[in-house]
Design a binder for this molecule. Sequence first.
Ligand SMILES: *Cc1c(COP(=O)(O)O)cnc(C)c1O
Length: 396
Amino acid sequence: MTSKVLDTFLNENITDLKKRGLYNEIDSVQGANGAMITIDGKKSINLSSNNYLGLTTDDRLKKVAKDAIDSYGVGAGAVRTINGTLDIHIDLEKKLAAFKGTEAAISYQSGFNCNMAAISAVMDKNDAILSDELNHASIIDGCRLSKAKIIRVNHSDMDDLRQKAKEAVESGQYNKVMVITDGVFSMDGDVAKLPEIVDIAEEFDLITYVDDAHGSGVLGKGAGTVKHFGLQDKVDMQMGTLSKAIGVIGGYVAGKENLIDWLKVRSRPFLFSTAVSPADAISSTKAIELLMESTDLNEKLWKNSNYLKEGLKELGFDIGNSETPITPVIIGDEKETQKFSKRLYEEGVYAKAIVFPTVPRGTGRVRNMPTAEHTKGMLDEAIASYEKIGKEMGFI
Ligand SMILES: *Cc1c(COP(=O)(O)O)cnc(C)c1O
């Protein structure tokens, strides 16, 4: 017999979430997650992926992935410290270091697990972490796992950061103090104030950690937020994902040689979990090569996102203060936001409603993620749907 306690717990809580409209039903996508997607047989313009550069379906990546399977098989075969470090994992790390302008890099199985790995390998219960209140869930969990004191900092508030850094350091209670931030904040598309953060870090000797999941491939002509500000020599730990703009799967940290050496012996997901498959490693390496060779895809991404933003703004929508391709259309009320997104879907535009508790109450928005792969025709169609529904619902 299985546990009654568990059954009761699950049934009660799922029912409760459903009653409160907080139970997320997940759509199943048939075929590729490209500029167009098919859900339940219905084809839509896809404005919901993180596939910024369209690389998930790029023929050059598919080709090297297929060759990798022929040469290496489908799996790495073991944890990397046993005998699962393939030459192609090392190639990927060398490429990542070159891409980020650092001495070295280490790759992980995902961005999420990278934050779990790297923060807790460096910080412990005698340390403190200054963490922006809008940081990603994986940063929050990574910080918790480290057992360091977590000090929440008001979003991008440099006076608050400075004050709290000063207090933490002057208290003499902590061995090390880290400041950790998203490079690009994924709900509003705003960019971390890295030049000021680095100045404060230098003043108080803070360790700097930037999670650039939404910045790599996007800012700094593709190289990321740190490069965008020219701060490669001033950020200790540059973390990123291979699953957004890079189009594949995996995570990494780039930094100095001694940092990477330490992570290889102390970060637990590296030590106790098998590495990404050969096809993943090779296609990620290829994607980075493409980004280093040419900025064409990056330019196309910015051209498309500027076009979409202009179109929505001209219609009179509130598109917030995004500095990146992430384009929220702020509706406000949670139910109205959900209705707007549903209507868009009926019109053939797939853009998700993002509401409380993911964003503050009353700031519900439909979030649009244009990519390099969208055509002008697709964006025009999306803008026309926004116009139709905006008028229908009385927002414009
Ligand atoms: C998506 C994301 C991650 C997780 O990356 P995955 O590779 O998908 O696990 C980590 N941090 C931030 C800021 C993200 O947006």
